[in-house]
Design a protein around this ligand. Structure first.
Ligand code: TRP
Length: 474
């Protein structure tokens, strides 16, 4: 069906926006800490396999659904098969829950940026005299009103971008994404000068990681964490890439874009790992520290740099915030676009600004319990531990629990169902037709066909089973 939706002005703009959505807290915060908890190399290898066998495939599937229907997820999936429409709803719900904790993470980063700015520009102590990154982080996460304030600030920033349209952000991405890579490379090089940094490479690239983290390897846990993390990092499994694909013009290559975006995203995750792990060991942090790893370690690294560390720290966190916001707005966009499309279908006015404000407000409300949870009081779980500990499957805080619920369960299920939808219900020729719309040859057609029908759904089912098994403590 033809549609006259607004289109991306060029493939570069599309790629930048999609990479902007993909690269975010998932790469910088999630990937290193999850690799740390799961012992380094084995996790890395499972992750890479997941990217190639599932990530690339789901990316292609979502872009094809989006471009072919020209609609946002709920309507798009409903158009392919009515019975699958709930997958779109499910994705919208995931977006709400993800933003509930994603915003808190960006909020933390805002606090760090402001702390380094205060030290750099005003010569103040930006971190309340804390002796180490860990000490500050633990104290800060327990200041509930402050955390709520920074989370609110995050939503305010995002809402401005989504409501005003994303042109400004796209321009920023053009500089911000290369900037982020550059500063990661800078930190990687700086790490080489830190005594003890070598252990970080040993941790990431040899099998000694588990021993070093003092952890036991649990295969099912690693599979479900890597599988979920991969979907999360690539913004898959909940319709974000359907939305992005719906703005993609027919001349552009889905076949190629499905590889390019995961390639950059994975590179960013690995760079984040190489920037963080050597520093973890050099600064005496714990590789298996969990969700606070990025914040605690990088804080110590910038402190170790002396005065210039304030500048580098500020720069780093500003880029992290932008990487986070360009992802967060895609989460808000998925929900807002669905509501707006629904309104248009009913013949109502779009009211984009009002819709975005209400979506942001609802997401903010979801984030408040996470702020209040204090991310794991030392030695125990978060403040709500008693209420949900029986649900929480080893996660000790609400943030981890929201994370597990979405990337561990809802998104693998979404990805699985989308593969079934395209591979079996609509049939592979349905997708092939859309991929070939650019008029070029599709070299990897057979690979895609086999994966969409068999490999990817089976692996996604395995991720779900692994979640269940690791729940039972197997
Ligand atoms: N991929 C982003 C990250 O790694 C997070 C994100 C943005 C996302 N949009 C999404 C995750 C949609 C899942 C679905 O930080």
């Amino acid at each position: 069906m033809e549609n006259n939706r607004e289109k991306w002005s060029s493939n570069l703009v599309f790629i930048l926006a999609a990479i902007g959505s993909a690269i975010g807290m998932g790469n910088l915060w999630g990937f290193p800490y999850k690799m740390g908890v799961n012992g380094g190399l084995p996790f890395l290898l499972i992750y890479l396999a997941m990217v190639v066998l599932c990530g690339v495939i789901c990316m292609g599937v979502e872009m094809a659904i989006g471009r072919k229907t020209g609609k946002s997820p709920i309507l798009a999936i409903g158009e392919v098969a009515k019975k699958f429409k709930f997958v779109g709803w499910f994705g919208t719900l995931s977006a709400f829950i993800i933003m509930g904790f994603y915003s808190v993470l960006i909020g933390y980063s805002l606090r760090y940026a402001i702390g380094f700015a205060a030290q750099l520009l005003l010569n103040l102590d930006g971190f309340n005299g804390a002796a180490s990154g860990a000490e500050f982080f633990v104290a800060f996460t327990q200041e509930v009103p402050a955390v709520i304030f920074y989370t609110f600030l995050t939503f305010a920033l995002c809402a401005v971008f989504v409501a005003k349209g994303t042109e400004g952000l796209e321009k920023f991405n053009k500089v911000g994404i290369p900037g982020l890579f550059l500063i990661l490379v800078g930190i990687i090089v700086y790490n080489l000068t830190l005594p003890g940094a070598g252990q970080g490479y040993t941790f990431m690239f040899t099998t000694k990681g588990l021993e070093m983290a003092g952890a036991k390897f649990n295969f099912f846990n690693a599979v479900r964490t890597a599988g979920g993390q991969m979907l999360f990092s690539l913004s898959l499994g909940m319709g974000a890439m359907i939305t992005y694909g719906s703005y993609l013009s027919k001349e552009e290559s889905i076949a190629k874009n499905a590889w390019i975006i995961p390639a950059f995203d994975t590179l960013a995750a690995i760079f984040a790992g190489i920037a963080i792990f050597p520093a973890v060991f050099a600064t005496g942090n714990d590789p298996a520290a969990g969700p606070g790893l990025l914040y605690m370690t990088m804080h110590d690294v910038f402190t170790s740099m002396g005065a210039v560390g304030n500048l580098i720290g500020l720069l780093f966190y500003v880029l992290v915030i932008f990487a986070g916001i360009s992802s967060a707005i895609s989460l808000m966009e998925v929900v807002s676009a669905s509501i707006i499309d629904g309104r248009v279908a009913k013949g109502k006015k779009t009211e984009r600004k009002t819709v975005v404000m209400l979506v942001a407000l609802a997401m903010f409300i979801i984030s408040v319990p996470i702020c209040a949870d204090q991310l794991g009081i030392p030695g125990e779980g978060g403040a709500f531990w008693g209420i949900y500990s029986y649900l929480a499957d080893g996660s000790k805080d609400l943030l981890d629990f929201y994370d597990m619920l979405t990337e561990g369960f809802m998104m693998p299920l979404g990805a699985l169902l989308m593969c079934v939808l395209v591979g079996w219900k609509a049939g592979f020729p349905w997708m092939k037709d859309e991929v070939l719309a650019d008029g070029k040859k599709w070299k990897m057609e057979k690979f895609f066909q086999i994966c969409v029908k068999f490999v990817t759904p089976v692996l996604m089912a395995f991720v779900l089973v692994s979640l269940f098994l690791s729940y039972l403590g197997i």
